[in-house]
Design a protein around this ligand. Structure first.
Ligand SMILES: [Zn+2]
Length: 428
């Protein structure tokens, strides 16, 4: 374990960190170049100190929530095993049918329901009460609970299928299952992403076509300029769940679509909307969904290899006492998930970095496509309502899955500076 963490730190330390901008270079043209650092600080100073402290508290609390979440899940999984409840659930499933795959499925359904009940108090605090406490949601408790139940129902269908598939693979390939299980998981993930815009997202929100030509037409122009054959812009009514501004690109294999949420539409200028949509188009044009899946697939292979190693060792020690069969027996599922969760938790900085690098690419793409550095800076400030604006360098590397507000504003100011130099160049 310690080796894994150390190796990860070494890898991370070797990753390129955003270059610190140098002082203004002589331009030769006599034009005063923009002072990037000063311009960045001036933007940062626009967010009131009280708001900034509140955001920092909210965001830093999130680090602890991640840790407590893993500890809680770990405790529940160990309790399921050690109390013999997992073995009893397996026995129950085995009495219902002789088909192994159906036994796995029945066990998976019991497991998903039980886990979601036991984690409900924690999830309700983090996702409902805490969001309200920080003014990030107006959702009623009834609406929130309805969505949780809907989420559980979807989890029972998709999770039940995934668990059945993975347990089947573990039983079939006793030694090399970790590779095949990763394949199953990635294929499953791809299918889920592909059907999400059609069958999952509409269960939670309404997607309508943007009809206001003053906003829609510039977005469609941007899309066509960047080789995206789009004819519709979708608006999603996320104000139902949150006060955050956001947009996203969703789908795969021809179901891909970009949508903006109603908070963004209401609270942002046209320039800001264009910049955000250009960023989302960047994800699409740069193929971030398939690339991200590939990288995450590699992490999943390593995580399952760890599960195989740690799982078989644990079974040798406690398998008999807890009435567990070999790996692949449905009763061993909590053990498989326990080590998988640990592996993914250790890999969090790596996963965050994979995502953050893509986000920075989409930022650059968005700047070049929309050519609105100041709009990008003000959007970054608006995101500062829920994302810490100016973290330390290591903090950003470990905990941020998007560039921080300061990194984004600095990037925008660097772009602006170069653009000013270019415009004033005598060679033009
Ligand atoms: Zn993005």
């Amino acid at each position: 374990m310690r080796m894994t963490v150390v190796a990860l730190l070494v890898v991370l330390a070797a990753l390129p960190i955003a270059a610190v901008p140098t002082a203004d270079a002589p331009t030769g043209s006599g034009a005063r170049a923009l002072d990037v650092e000063k311009a960045t600080d001036a933007y940062l100073a626009q967010l009131p100190a009280a708001q900034r402290q509140k955001t920092d508290r909210y965001f830093e609390g999130g680090y602890w929530i991640q840790l407590w979440g893993v500890l809680l899940t770990g405790a529940i999984l160990i309790a399921l095993l050690a109390t013999g409840l997992s073995a009893r659930m397996r026995d129950f499933a085995a009495r219902r049918t002789r088909w192994k795959w159906l036994q796995s499925f029945i066990y998976a359904e019991l497991f998903i329901v039980l886990l979601s009940i036991l984690e409900a108090p924690f999830g309700t605090y983090t996702d409902f009460f805490r969001e309200h406490q920080y003014g990030l949601s107006n959702q009623s408790f009834v609406a929130f609970m309805k969505e949780r139940l809907l989420g559980l129902a979807i989890g029972m269908i998709l999770g039940g299928l995934l668990i059945t598939g993975i347990l089947g693979v573990v039983r079939r390939f006793q030694r090399s299952w970790w590779m095949w299980a990763a394949v199953v998981m990635i294929v499953f993930e791809m299918l889920t992403i592909a059907i999400a815009p059609l069958f999952i997202a509409p269960l939670f929100n309404d997607y309508t076509e943007l009809t206001d030509a003053r906003v829609r037409d510039p977005i469609l122009t941007l899309a066509r300029q960047n080789g995206i054959p789009a004819s519709h812009v979708f608006v999603v009514d996320e104000s139902r769940q949150t006060t955050r501004i956001s947009a996203n690109v969703m789908g795969l294999f021809g179901t891909t679509r970009i949508s903006l949420n109603d908070n963004l539409l209401r609270r942002c200028s046209l320039g800001e909307i264009e910049m955000v949509m250009a960023h989302e188009m960047g994800h699409y044009v740069l193929h971030h969904v398939p690339k991200g899946l590939t990288f995450i697939g590699l992490v999943i292979v390593m995580a399952f290899a760890f599960v195989q190693w740690a799982g078989s060792r644990s079974l040798a020690k406690v398998g008999e006492r807890w009435r567990l069969g070999t790996l692949g027996d449905p009763a061993t599922l909590p053990l498989l998930i326990l080590f998988f969760v640990v592996a993914m938790f250790v890999a969090t900085p790596l996963l965050n970095t994979i995502t953050r690098v893509d986000e920075a690419e989409a930022d650059i793409f968005g700047l070049n496509a929309s050519r609105q550095p100041d709009a990008f800076a003000t959007v970054a400030l608006k995101l500062g309502e829920y994302r810490k604006l100016a973290p330390g360098k290591l903090e950003e590397m470990f905990f941020f899955d998007h560039p921080s507000g300061r990194s984004r504003i600095r990037m925008a100011m660097e772009w602006k500076r170069e653009e000013m130099l270019r415009a004033s160049s005598p060679a033009r």
